[in-house]
Design a protein around this ligand. Sequence first.
Ligand SMILES: CC(=O)SCCNC(=O)CCNC(=O)[C@H](O)C(C)(C)COP(=O)(O)OP(=O)(O)OC[C@H]1O[C@@H](n2cnc3c(N)ncnc32)[C@H](O)[C@@H]1OP(=O)(O)O
Length: 199
Amino acid sequence: MKEIQIYGSGGHSYAVIELIRSLNEYTPVRVIDDSPKIDAILDVPVCKFSESFINQSTVISIGSNKARKKISKKIKGNFPTFTHKSAVVYPSARIGVGCVVFPNSVVDADVSIGDFCIINNNATVSHNARIGDFVHIAIQASVAGGVQIGEGTIVGAGSVILPEIKIGKWATIGAGAIVTKDVPDNAMVYGNPAKIIRN
Ligand SMILES: CC(=O)SCCNC(=O)CCNC(=O)[C@H](O)C(C)(C)COP(=O)(O)OP(=O)(O)OC[C@H]1O[C@@H](n2cnc3c(N)ncnc32)[C@H](O)[C@@H]1OP(=O)(O)O
């Protein structure tokens, strides 16, 4: 089995480790943290970042999109994408490097997903959608056909993005939001219908 290191020791890392183990291709050998607070996660030792960890096979297990981007520039190296066996990814879909596609998610026909994205449990990204780098589609979120989402945006748990909607970069879609109108860069929206709360 090939070795892989996990960068980030928050809650997300538990789910990432289990997913990687379920695929039987890579063994997680260490969890890296800038200031470790525990010794091990699911029996994988946690250690402080060292320059010697640069340029190795790594998965960045950090839910924060901004932090994931920062770490991706620092650690460099090889970033495989992991897809759980229960996820459906159609052959016409494209997924970049460093992504994790969690159980029961759907990546539909002609979808494009950038680098270092998280497609979380039970999320759906429908046909022809375009998803930028460092995006998190959270648990149970539904992205309808033809939606465009810019770099670094979080699509909160259980939210619904209506067809053809355009969402800018580094936006926050609150949990449970029903997004019926385009969302500008950096905006925070939530509610049904979703309203801009912060710009
Ligand atoms: C595996 C996983 O865990 S994936 C999980 C991925 N994460 C998510 O989906 C979380 C998404 N984040 C949210 O929905 C957040 O609540 C945010 C970002 C929209 C807002 O966060 P904050 O700015 O910290 O808001 P805060 O918690 O202070 O709440 C402010 C007010 O907004 C309300 N509010 C917060 N979020 C929402 C929401 N999604 N929908 C409706 N109302 C909301 C609160 O009830 C509160 O109302 P009040 O002032 O009447 O008490």
